[in-house]
Ligand binder design. Sequence first.
Ligand code: GLA
Length: 383
Amino acid sequence: MEREAVLAAFRDLTGRDAETAAYAPGRVNLIGEHTDYNEGFVLPAAIDRGVALAARRVSGDAFTLHAVDLRESCTFGRSSLERDGRYPWADYFKGVVWALANRGFSIPACEVAVTGDIPRGAGLSSSAAYEVAAVLLCQSLGGLDLPAQEIAKLAREAENGFVGVACGIMDQMAAVFGEKGRALLLDCRSLAREAVDIPSGIKIVVVNSGVRHSLAGSEYNTRRAQCDEGVRLLSVSLPQVGSLRDVAPEALVRLLPDLPPVVAKRCWHVVLENARVHEAVAAMRSGDLAQLRTLMAASHFSLRDDYEVSCPELDILVDLALAQPRCHGARLTGAGFGGSTVNLVEAEAVESFSRAVLAGYRERSGRSADVHVFEPSAGARSL
Ligand code: GLA
C-alpha cells in the first residue's frame, strides 16, 4: 500500500493535505492456531497487504472518518464513543481512541481516511492491521511515544474491550513486528519473539475459500470458554497449570478420561499444536520440507476433528493442495469457519498449483476461490 495512495485519497475527500499517515500489514499464520489465547506459541508472517490511514487535526471535538473503499463517512464525538451497527468499520478506530483514553491519553479531534488492500473476511487480520495503524496514527497526532509492544497491546484492547472479540495477541504482534522474508515465532505469554526464515525457493500461497467466517465471533468465544474450562479441571490434578500452555502432552493423556469429551478434544488440539509449532520451526531451519508438510497437515486435521473450526470448503482446499507434489504444507489459517488456507509451494510450481486447486475447488464445491502469493513483510510504520 503506497503512502501516496492514502495521502491522495485524503486530499480528494477533504480538499486538504493530511498531517500524518500510518500503515500496518495483515498476517498469515503458518502454524500455531488457537494457541495464542492459551498463552502458547504461534508462527505468523506479516504480508505485503495492509491498511493505511491518513489524518489531519480539526478544531472542535468531533472525529470524522472516511472509509475510502466503502465510500462511507461517519462522525462521532469523543464523549459518545459507542459501537454503531450502521458503520461497523468505524468501531476499530473508536476502539483505539477508547483504549488510549483508558490509559489517560487524549487524542485530538481529527479527520481520517482509511483504506486498505487486504481481502476482507479472508482470515488475514484486516481488523488487527487497522487497529495497529490507528494506534500509530493516534500516537503521532497525540505526540505520544509508545513502546512497540504497547502498540500491539493497545490494538488488542480495542478489539477485546470495544469491538467485543476476545481475540489473542498474535495478529497485532505480527502487524507490529513483521519482518521482510521471515516469519515470527512468538511466545504469547512472555511476548518473546524470534525471526524464522522462510525456506528458500518456497512461496506463501493463500487460497481464499470465499466462505466468509461468519460464525467466527460466537464460536470463537465458545472455544475460549472450553479451553478455560479445561484449565480449571486440569488444575485440580496439576496445580501449577495456569493455562493450556503449561500442560505437557504426557500429562494430558493421563487426565483426558476425566474431562468432558468436548473439552478433552479442545485441550488435545491446543497442547499438541504448541508442540507442532516448535517442530515446524526446527523443520524450517533444517530445511526438512517433508516434516513441515506432515506438521501442517496434522495441524489442519486437528483443527477439523478436535477443535472443530474448519468447514467443508477449507477441507477440500487442503485435500487438493496436498495432492500437489510441489506443495510442502497446507492448512487453514486464522480462526477458521471459512476464510483461507495457507500453502507452502515451490516458486516455480505456484502457477500449476493454483490452476489445479482452483479447478478442483470449482468442481468439488461449486464455488470459486482466489489465490494470493504473499511476501513476508515488515511490520507497521508511520508513513
Ligand atoms: C483469530 C484471532 C487470533 C487467533 C486466531 C486463531 O485470528 O484474532 O488472536 O486466536 O484467530 O489462531
